[in-house]
Ligand binder design. Structure first.
Ligand SMILES: C[S@@+](CC[C@H](N)C(=O)[O-])C[C@H]1O[C@@H](n2cnc3c(N)ncnc32)[C@H](O)[C@@H]1O
Length: 250
């Protein structure tokens, strides 16, 4: 057992801050982002099919982010979004449960001489936002690390730290195909992932299906609405991934 991995969790239990039944988001499920190797190779793999600057610009445009505003990136990983957001916004809170991923993001921020990013070791269920509520929250490819009930709990916590009228951008694995057809559709997804972005990601897709918690469009929409967000746009690019722009209800 990796003691380091559980230290934060047990420390918080000891401090009596959380009930013992709360989901342990510190313990990785599926892909192990706590691994230094995984963190260090993340950008190499992802930059083969992602343009971090372009996608960050798109997200910032969708959220209408400007120089006076603050934004939280939950599950910021190696900083794909936060580095670009910090060039544009007043303040960025970069939050992740993986110290290894945070270390990579911090290194990039230092190199880019960005001093308006606050890094926090925490997650959907544990991050304590001590500043004023933010104008926007972003989360890209993270929420599938929580089972559905805990997705709701995490989203509800986000709604509490987002200004009324503030925005949420959420991108994740969300299935919008006919669920009666799941076997053939999931096989297609794994194969198409292998063809488009290579064998490493085909393996990740299999790991995702076995060990992580993707959900259905109708569940995700219900969770967002019930947690306090109004869905402005829901975009189902293919039948496997989805992005939502939401407004925090007043
Ligand atoms: C696929 S990576 C995405 C990273 C980044 N958002 C991006 O777009 O490149 C998933 C990230 O979510 C983090 N993570 C997993 N569970 C989390 C949780 N409950 N709260 C916050 N971050 C979490 C992992 O440590 C990892 O950095």
């Amino acid at each position: 057992m990796d003691i380091e991995l559980y230290r934060g969790y047990f420390n918080s239990l000891e401090a009596g801050r959380y009930p013992e039944w709360r989901y342990n988001e510190w313990k990785p499920c599926g892909v192990n982002y706590n691994s230094v190797l995984c963190a260090m190779s993340y950008d190499i793999h992802h930059r083969r099919f992602r343009d971090y600057r372009k996608e960050s610009e798109e997200v910032m445009a969708l959220l209408d982010l400007n120089a006076n505003q603050s934004v939280i990136d939950i599950g910021c990983g190696t900083g794909a979004f936060v580095i670009h957001a910090a060039e544009r916004c007043r303040k960025v809170y970069a939050v992740d449960v993986s110290k290894a991923m945070l270390r990579c993001a911090r290194r990039k921020a230092k190199k880019a001489k960005l001093n308006n990013i606050e890094f926090h070791h925490g997650g959907f269920l544990t991050y304590e936002h001590r500043a004023n509520p933010v104008d926007a929250i972003v989360s890209t490819a993270v929420l599938h690390h929580l089972p559905d009930f805990w997705k709701f709990a995490g989203l509800k916590r986000l709604a509490q730290i987002c200004k009324a009228g503030g925005k949420l951008y959420l991108f994740d694995v969300v299935f919008s195909f006919d669920m009666n057809d799941y076997e053939s559709r999931l096989n297609q997804w794994v194969n198409a992932t292998g063809e488009k972005v290579g064998p490493t990601f085909a393996e990740e897709a299999k790991t995702h299906l076995r060990e992580e918690y993707s959900t259905f469009d109708w569940i995700m929409e219900g969770l967002l609405e019930r947690a306090g967000f109004e869905i402005e746009t829901a975009h189902y690019a293919n039948e496997f991934m989805a992005s939502y722009v939401c407004t925090r209800k007043g």
